[in-house]
Design a protein around this ligand. Structure first.
Ligand code: FES
Length: 302
């Protein structure tokens, strides 16, 4: 009886096959050489600046890649449906062409994001990219066949492309939702709104112009004193949890900013605004006040 229950439980713990593949890819360190090479190429071709920030989605406050993927996927899926219906050859051809055109900005945003990920994420991202390139190649061949009037061949190539596309989309979902590439990693701090004023430390304990790390309960904080001003941010970077107190301080437009030591996201220390990506989510900031006894108090900024 017990053995039956154990075997039922262990059967329920078996990972689905696609998940096994994705998790195995996370540990496939044989991919690291290729990841390092392509990361160098991408960083050379796409240096930090406004273009890279635009590709990351900094101006809109969210990663640009995930919503853009809806366009090619939607076009290719719609073309597959039309390919199963009579008299829709031209409409399906237009959808394949539109999907291919939309793949260009989608791929560029994905490449920019991929170049600033952890190695486990880059391994999965690399295979995600290979799947999508394979899909794009099939769809390009499909479009050429359709333009020449070989609609049967075009449809077959499209369905081959769709298979690769679905595999790539699964890995993209794994990357975003299991490995956390894309969402803000500092968002949970914003749920601490009701937290009132709390003692942090005295002004004398803080070096002038040099960031330090302090804990407020279980919350890690980045704390910077500049003369009489004290700036406090959540310490774990919204991009991928990098420790901001180990970052470099710079001036941008006469505002003090901190550069994350891991991938270079730059945040204004006064309010956590993203100045440069890859982070797109604002770094949670804290209001500060100093009591007569020199004690600094903080609470989450509204
Ligand atoms: S963790 Fe990537 S920029 Fe901070």
């Amino acid at each position: 009886m017990n053995r039956q229950r154990v075997s039922r439980i262990s059967r329920s713990l078996v990972r689905p096959r696609p998940l096994q593949v994705a998790e195995d890819l996370e540990h496939a360190d044989a991919l690291d050489g290729s990841s390092r090479f392509f990361t160098k190429v991408v960083r050379r071709l796409l240096p930090p600046g406004p273009v890279k920030d635009l590709l990351h989605g900094v101006p809109v406050g969210h990663p640009a890649h995930p919503p853009l993927t809806d366009i090619p996927i939607g076009c290719f899926m719609s073309a597959a449906v039309l390919d199963l219906l009579p008299g829709t050859d031209r409409a399906a051809e237009v959808l394949v062409a539109t999907g291919l055109a939309a793949s260009v900005p989608t791929a560029l945003t994905g490449i920019a994001d991929w170049s600033s990920l952890h190695s486990e994420q880059q391994r999965v991202g690399l295979v995600h990219a290979v799947s999508n390139i394979t899909a794009g190649t099939f769809y390009t061949a499909s479009l050429v066949a359709r333009r020449r009037g070989y609609f049967g061949t075009g449809k077959a190539l499209s369905f081959a492309g769709l298979t690769a596309l679905v595999a790539g989309a699964y890995l993209g979902g794994h990357l975003a939702f299991r490995q956390g590439a894309g969402p803000s990693h500092a968002e949970s701090i914003t749920h601490l709104g009701p937290l009132g004023w709390h003692d942090l430390c005295t002004v004398e304990e803080l070096p002038d112009g040099w960031p330090v790390h302090r804990n407020l309960g279980y919350i890690s904080l980045f704390v910077l004193r500049e003369g009489d001003d004290v700036y406090v941010l959540a310490d774990r970077c919204s991009h991928l949890d990098g420790p901001l107190h180990q970052g470099r301080m710079i001036e941008v437009d006469e505002e003090t900013c901190v550069v994350c030591p891991w991938h270079g996201s730059t945040f204004r220390v006064s309010d956590g605004t993203v100045v440069h990506g890859p982070a797109t989510g604002r770094q949670p900031a804290f209001e500060t006040r100093v009591g007569d006894n020199g004690m600094i108090q903080v609470r989450p900024a509204r």
